[in-house]
Design a protein. Structure first.
Ligand code: PLZ
Length: 450
């Protein structure tokens, strides 16, 4: 049995902040774990980096062979404040020694209420708000839809092309991409409709034009009176870091408000400082009726939230919302610490700085490489879209090859996009400039070699 004992997992920013390859990736100890994984874990659960992680912090992930990889993925946009952030660690340790669980629906406790109060205060909108807590992003989305349906008494929900909202049955229906998320897993929840998204690099439409196209589809094919909610990621994540054209989101919000439709911003990936603002909605000047949060909210612990206008949130009858673990006390302690760091330790500014480094570097690369069709994003959520320069067609093969080789050279990068042709950069905000630049050097040299 392999046991990752060669490295003492110290965690946090005390971990040596360096890219260090002492074996090929995967090294023997990592390979041993991957072999065990192959024979014991369901094949459907994939992995991006072929390593056995034993520690992570600052801007690195350390594996069982002693390799230290630069982390440009944050475990898919989760460790915003940094992995094993000391304040999160301390909060978790204190809470876990106090009590681990009572179930908030059985014996409520203060930290859940404090997380709700914090989310109510931090989310956009100067009106009374309420929150409910769950475990995952998908569960938050499910509950936002439940609440919007109960509030409006209407069945239909509109999502967009390239959307990603999760892997549960309802959220699979809301998610756009068939492979790998949906194929073979149906039938899906009914009364879900898909509207065309604003995707400036591909559709060349202005925001108002793209909004008019979407609204026409909703009115003609769904019927405004049937729509409970429109749900959208203000900046789409898994779909390709798609930033809608200016004016698109405000027009959709206005239409929702004119038609009694609840506008839900899925901020699971872009929210909580990631996009260089507390919420990505702010970048577009919109105020959602409901916001879903998860990922960065609790420094790596599983927590999600739905926050919205009090009258909407209170539409669900008492006992209608909940779950055994939602807002678990250990996770809420982590969230209070992580949210405090996000709010008071300059995380929004840091996300903006990281964005400048990423954008500057990637735009310079793009200027000399026609395979980079587009560079886009906001804050520490930036991506490059790869195309065949001759045809403009998506180049998923190049994208996959570059990402794979970056990992082999000790830089964890993630791909995304409906066409699989986007490399996204989501570093923890605790990464240093030097390490970030080194990671981007590796990406540049790998790209040059392909
Ligand atoms: N909404 C906007 O980005 C999760 C998916 C990883 P869960 N994105 C990462 C994968 O391949 O499973 C996500 C998101 C947006 C909802 C979700 C779902 O969040 O916590 O994964 O359920």
């Amino acid at each position: 049995m392999s046991n990752a004992a060669v490295i003492t997992p110290v965690g946090g920013p005390t971990l040596a902040q360096e890219r260090r390859l002492v074996t090929a990736i995967p090294g023997p100890r990592s390979q041993e774990l991957l072999d065990r994984k192959a024979s014991s874990v369901a094949a459907g659960v994939g992995h991006t980096a072929p390593i056995a992680a034993v520690a992570a912090g600052g801007g690195v992930v350390v594996d069982a062979d002693g390799n230290s990889l630069i982390d440009l993925g944050s475990g898919i946009a989760v460790t915003t404040v940094g992995n094993a952030h000391p304040k999160v660690v301390a909060a978790v340790q204190a809470q876990v020694a106090q009590f681990t669980h009572t179930c908030f629906m059985v014996s409520p406790y203060e930290s859940y209420v404090a997380v709700a109060e914090t989310l109510n205060r931090l989310t956009p909108g100067d009106f009374p708000k309420k929150s409910a807590l769950f475990n995952s992003g998908a569960e938050a989305v499910e509950n936002a839809v439940k609440i919007a349906r109960k509030y409006t008494g209407r069945p239909a929900v509109v999502a967009f092309d390239h959307a990603y909202h999760g892997r549960t049955n309802l959220t699979m229906a809301l998610t756009a991409k068939a492979m790998p998320y949906k194929s073979g897993f149906g039938p899906f929840a009914s009364d879900i409709y898909r509207a065309p998204m604003s995707y400036p690099f591909h559709d060349k439409l202005t925001g108002p034009e793209a909004a008019a196209r979407a609204i026409s589809m909703i009115e003609k094919q769904v019927g405004a009176d049937n729509v409970a909610a429109v749900i959208i990621e203000p900046i789409q994540g898994e779909g390709g870091f798609i930033v809608p054209a200016d004016g698109f989101l405000p027009a959709i919000v206005d239409w929702c408000h004119a038609n009694g439709v609840v506008f839900i911003a899925d901020e699971v990936q872009a929210g909580l400082a990631r996009a260089g603002a507390m919420f990505a909605s702010e970048l577009f000047g919109i105020v959602p009726d409901m916001v879903t949060t998860a990922k960065g909210i609790a420094g790596g612990m599983p927590l999600s939230g739905v926050t919205g206008r009090a009258e909407i949130m209170d539409a669900a009858h008492t006992g209608g919302l909940g779950g055994t673990y939602g807002g678990n006390p250990v996770v809420c302690a982590a969230a209070l610490a992580a949210l405090d760091v996000i709010e008071h330790d300059g995380m929004i500014e840091r996300a903006q700085q990281i964005g400048e480094i990423l954008l500057g570097r990637l735009r310079a690369l793009q200027a000399g490489d026609p395979r980079i069709g587009d560079v886009r994003g906001a804050g520490a959520m930036i991506a490059a879209e790869f195309v065949d320069p001759a045809t403009g067609e998506p180049d998923a093969a190049l994208t996959a090859a570059v990402a794979k080789e970056c990992i082999a050279q000790g830089v964890i990068v993630l791909t995304c996009g409906t066409y699989g042709n986007v490399i996204r950069f989501l570093p923890p905000l605790s990464i240093g400039d030097e390490l970030l630049n080194e990671g981007l050097e590796v990406v540049a040299s790998v790209l040059a070699a392909h």
